[in-house]
Design a protein around this ligand. Structure first.
Ligand code: SF4
Length: 359
């Protein structure tokens, strides 16, 4: 695949944490493709490896975690920045976490917005000084130019009085304003790829809607790729063009946004969709409360390596002697729609019969 079609490709990525209790395979053979100007939604329950995948892309995996294998290919176009000495195709996994090369990419070509803005900003430094630092680190500009750019970015994310907020400390801003400031910082160097890790989870629904609108607008303005990580399928429906569903460190289904909602194939995706609360599910017309749909069981202990399909203890379509014995391979069940499930592996007729039995 060429850099004209994609901005980053993750191939068979494995990121493990070696701890005294055992090995946590947080990311265990993930493949993803991220395209310019498009949003890839990455969805799944807590502990399924979404955030560690994102941290691997930034080479920010905390110790004792490390990338054990696979590739993260970044296709950069030539830019008028200090990073333009980098080659056009870079395997990020081969860069040292603190090398000059990865520091030239991080925050400049690839930026990240975290769930909790206080984790991304130092409380003892003004918002403006932190945005200016990101700018001067990657661009050859004067202090005054960096300050003007910081004010411009704060205005760009619709913060009122940006020339005053530039001198405020993070604690002087509300949660929604802080998250806008973090987005301004992430976008200050006009990145090719923005990784947003649950950027609106801590916000109220009104602020969430505003931030999502803002991100979509900025994406259109900058033709930026977004990798949007969330457990919220409602947010995915609003933001994503393609969706990767992750479970226990693996992508179990990947396709375009329409197919994931109209024709979900993997039993885990189907269960996630059933778990979205609907008004009718919460209360009947007579005012009776109903129980919400949940996914049976829990995500297993991270040290456990399950034989066969990792979803089999929770799967309503579990097939004995198959699902608990054989790891399902990636199958292109339909054009541009991949799934890891034995239901789609046998002959087409058999798969169809099984699928119909599931409906
Ligand atoms: Fe369920 Fe088997 Fe498919 Fe796993 S492989 S999701 S256990 S049917």
């Amino acid at each position: 695949m060429s850099g004209n079609e994609v901005i980053a490709e993750v191939k068979n990525l494995r990121t493990y944490f070696h701890v005294p209790e055992g090995v946590v395979r947080a990311v265990d053979g993930v493949d993803l493709v991220i395209k310019p100007g498009r949003t890839l939604g990455v969805v799944g329950e807590s502990g399924c490896g979404k955030s560690v995948t994102a941290l691997s892309l930034m080479r920010l995996v905390p110790s004792p975690g490390r990338i054990e294998g696979g590739e993260i290919i970044y296709y950069q176009s030539v830019r008028e920045t200090s990073a333009s000495s980098l080659s056009d195709i870079i395997d990020i996994t081969r860069l040292k976490p603190n090398s000059r090369e990865i520091r030239a990419i991080r925050g400049n070509h690839i930026s990240m917005v975290f769930q909790e803005p206080m984790a991304a900003m130092l409380p003892v430094r003004t918002v403006g000084s932190q945005i200016m630092e990101a700018i001067t680190l990657h661009q050859n500009v004067s202090h005054q130019e960096a300050r003007e750019r910081a004010i411009e970015m704060l205005a760009r994310v619709n913060l009122p009085n940006p020339d005053r907020i530039v001198d405020n400390y993070p604690f002087q801003l509300s949660g929604g304003m802080r998250q806008r400031a973090v987005i301004a910082m992430a976008l200050s160097c006009n990145p090719h790829l923005l990784i947003a890790d649950e950027p609106t989870t801590a916000l109220d629904v009104t602020t969430e809607a505003q931030i999502l609108d803002l991100m979509r607008k900025l994406q259109a303005d900058y033709n930026m790729a977004i990798m949007f990580i969330t457990h919220n399928l409602g947010v995915i429906a609003e933001m994503a063009d393609e969706v990767a569903v992750m479970y226990l460190g693996k992508v179990v289904e990947q396709t375009d946004i329409r197919s994931i909602f109209i024709n979900p194939l993997h039993p885990y995706t189907q269960a996630l969709l059933r778990s979205i609360p609907q008004l009718d599910d919460v209360m009947t017309r007579s005012g009776e409360r109903r129980q919400l749909h949940t996914i049976k069981g829990m995500v297993p202990d991270p040290y456990t390596v399950l034989k066969g399909c990792p979803f089999h203890p929770r799967c309503p379509h579990f097939m004995s002697e198959v699902c608990d014995q054989v790891v399902p391979e990636v199958i292109e069940a339909e054009p541009d729609h991949i799934v890891r499930c034995h239901l789609y592996a046998p002959s087409p007729e058999e798969a169809q019969t099984r699928k119909e039995a599931m409906l």
